[in-house]
Design a binder for this molecule. Sequence first.
Ligand code: FE2
Length: 188
Amino acid sequence: MEIESLFPEIKEIKNIDLLNKVAKSLEKAIQQGGWSTQDLHKIPFTLLIPDLVNEDLTVKISIIDHIRAVTQMCLATYERYEMLGLGDKLNRDELIAGGLLHDIGKFIEYEKDETGHIIQTAEGKYIRHPAMGLELVYEYDLPLIVRQAIVFHSKEGDKIPRLKEVEIIHRCDFLCFAPIKQIFEENK
Ligand SMILES: [Fe+2]
């Protein structure tokens, strides 16, 4: 599995040790979920927008598209912070790593049923991808920002003080969900 071709944004991480850990984490998640490269592009980024899935089971916005868009939005936000003279207040490498890994648990929260439809696993329903993701990457000793991005990017983190970078990831993630949901609902 070529992680760099699936997620070209990973090359933006300058710390090679962190880059390797991010690649290994993604590889492990995809392998553990049992997804082939072809399958990966047929995983919708959320199950809350049913119209993302076409009749032939191809999808309009896949989990890969979403992770890449969120990471690119994080990078764009970082550039705006640089423009404001605040770039050095953010950890760029860990922001990118957090963007790439925030939804890593979705690769095991979802599964393909006998008909080819993507559904939530039983465990996914009760533990959800943030906690499943954190469990999945435990062996890589990832930085605090990246671990918090995985476990608290979502509503689970609403009562937890989010680190600056995680605040950005959380908001970019939401930007890549709520307006999209509205667009699909309008088009019904
Ligand atoms: Fe996400």
